[in-house]
Write a protein that binds this ligand. Structure first.
Ligand code: ITT
Length: 211
C-alpha cells in the first residue's frame, strides 16, 4: 500500500490526467538551475538532468552572447543523447558597468562558480556609482525538437543592493533586488523567486510555446 506521503507526490512523468509530459534533457551542471527549473515546470514538462541521462560533459562557453553559449550547450548534449535538449545560459547585466558581468557572470572574479568572490567584485566595481540598475536574463535554447534551434528569453529588472542580504538562492541572489520588491532574491522563498525571475519567465514561455 502506498503511504500518504507517496500519494501526495505527483508522478514527474505524467500530468494529473495521466497524460505523458513532454520530455527534455536539461543541459546544465548547475544543480541550482535544475532545482529551480524543475519546480517551475512541475506537472507540465519533464526535465531530465544530465546525471539521470548518464551524460558527463563540461561545455566550453566560447561564444560572446547568451544565445551563442546556450546553443553550444544544448547542441553538445543533443549530439550525445539524440534526445530533445534545453540549455539555459544566464547572467546578470549591470547598466553602470556596460552590461558586465553578462556572459562572464559565473567567472566574473576569475574562477567559475565562485559566488562569494563574484559578489565581492560586483560590490567593489559599483562603489560610488549612483546608477545601480541591472537585470538578470536567461536564454533557453532547445535543440532536437524542431528543424532549427528554438530560443526563448526571460528577464527581470532590478537593482544591485549595497550589501548582501539573505542566505537562500545562489550566485548574485543576495545582491539583486527585483523591481517592486524590497527584498533580495536570497531573502525570498524559492516559489516567490521563481514566480518573477528571469528563469521562471523563460520556462513559463517555453511551456506556453509547447502548449
Ligand atoms: P551551466 O553552464 O552548466 O548551465 P553555469 O552556472 O556555468 O552552469 P552560466 O554559464 O549560464 O551557468 O552562468 C550563470 C551564472 O549567472 C551563474 O553562475 C550565476 O553567477 C549567475 N546567475 C544566473 N542565474 C542566476 C540566478 O537565478 N541567481 C543568481 N545568479 C544567477
Amino acid at each position: 500500500m502506498k503511504s500518504a506521503s507517496n500519494k501526495e507526490l505527483p508522478d514527474p512523468e505524467f500530468n494529473h490526467m495521466g497524460v505523458p509530459l513532454p520530455k527534455l534533457v536539461f543541459a546544465t551542471n548547475n544543480q541550482h538551475k535544475i532545482d529551480e527549473a524543475q519546480a517551475i515546470v512541475q506537472g507540465k514538462l519533464q526535465l531530465i538532468s544530465l546525471k539521470e541521462a548518464g551524460v558527463e560533459i563540461e561545455v566550453d562557453e566560447t561564444e560572446t552572447t547568451f544565445r551563442g553559449n546556450a546553443f553550444l550547450k544544448a547542441q553538445a548534449v543533443w549530439e550525445i543523447t539524440g534526445l530533445p535538449c534545453v540549455a539555459d545560459d544566464s547572467g546578470l547585466c549591470v547598466n553602470a558597468l556596460g552590461g558586465e558581468p553578462g556572459v562572464f557572470s559565473s567567472r566574473y572574479a576569475g574562477e567559475a562558480g565562485n559566488h562569494a568572490k563574484n559578489n565581492e567584485k560586483l560590490l567593489s566595481e559599483l562603489l560610488g556609482k549612483a546608477d545601480r540598475s541591472a537585470y538578470f536574463t536567461t536564454v533557453l535554447c532547445i535543440v532536437g525538437m524542431e528543424n532549427t534551434p528554438i530560443y526563448i528569453e526571460g528577464r527581470v529588472n532590478g537593482v544591485i543592493l549595497t550589501q548582501m542580504q539573505g542566505k537562500d538562492g545562489f550566485g548574485y541572489d543576495p545582491l539583486f533586488c527585483p523591481e517592486g520588491e524590497n527584498r533580495s532574491f536570497a531573502e525570498m522563498l524559492a516559489s516567490e523567486k521563481n514566480a518573477m525571475s528571469h528563469r521562471g519567465r523563460a520556462f513559463q514561455s517555453l511551456m506556453d510555446y509547447l502548449r
